[in-house]
Design a protein around this ligand. Sequence first.
Ligand code: KG4
Ligand code: ZN
Length: 334
Amino acid sequence: MRVLGIETSCDETAVSVVEDGRRVLTSIVSSQVELHSRYGGVVPEVASRQHVLSMLPIYRQALDGAGVRPSGLDAIAVTRGPGLAGALLVGLNFAKGLAVALGLPLIGVNHLEGHVYAQWLEEGTDPAVEPGFPLVVLLVSGGHTELLLMEEHGRYRLLGLTRDDSAGEAFDKAARVLGLGFPGGPEIQRVAAGVADAEPFPSPMLRDGTLDFSFSGLKTALLHRAQASGAPPVPRFAAGFQRALVEVLVVKTLEAARRHNAKGVLLGGGVAANAYLREQVRKRSPVPVLVPRPALCTDNGAMIAGAAFFMTRNMPLNPGLGLELDAVPGLRLG
Ligand code: KG4
Ligand code: ZN
């Protein structure tokens, strides 16, 4: 089954064509980073307007890249939440127009489930081999930080979540404190690379017995120490911040896996692109670690098409399906 996946929940306009939830024929991601970087964060209305401008050209580029005509598609998949309402609506309405014009079913996808199914897109994975369930899923993105138990395809139980900032937000705010660019995660990773004398910061809620997170205190600690030092040693502080944040992600993820006898640990979301996080989880996990390559961790349309395939495998897909869909900015998983 060939699914066109559309993602516009935040600041990426992304379209992809994926076969059978695994084979990515093309994945086009148009990032608005430069547009938002002067504000130090994503401005919702600016994002929506840029999606309006980018949507059609990116769709055409994706079909050309895949060498597929519209008539060669079997379904349209689109992110219906969570995300910015205006941004979601652009993708959703474009997808509805396409579904009507092409007489195809429309599948609304939870963006967070998309991040999970990015793992199934991996090249080189054997389609016959499924990772065993249950899996502990660490979802770490700009909008979310949560631990889930994935009991089987499409079934999730929430184990813990952040009480304040998401991990991605914490990286972005820390980068701003240190005078680095946006988005902050890749910038912190870049300047922290190879630093041997990282500034020690405490890892928040490390051994509190819960599977919840909190990052706003760590961000404030960084801010205070940066202010106190006048001209902070940026690489040293960035490395210390990254280490403290990653430590709590790793400890709680492995604790969740232990408590729930997980057969594996799956990382997803933009922060899962972080090299230090990937290295630490791989080094310390007693169970297999599943983590998509970095380009599939950050927002893309392939993960939306992939999730749609697995969600609807045992469902009749008729034209007219999904035309009543609405955007759900606060959509949850589990
Ligand atoms: O999943 P994503 O692309 O968008 C959302 O759904 O939010 O995640 C974006 C977040 C940003 O906060 C960004 O700073 C962070 O992911 N990020 C990283 C890295 N690459 C992206 N954080 C740490 N290290 C990275 N290499
Ligand atoms: Zn995302």
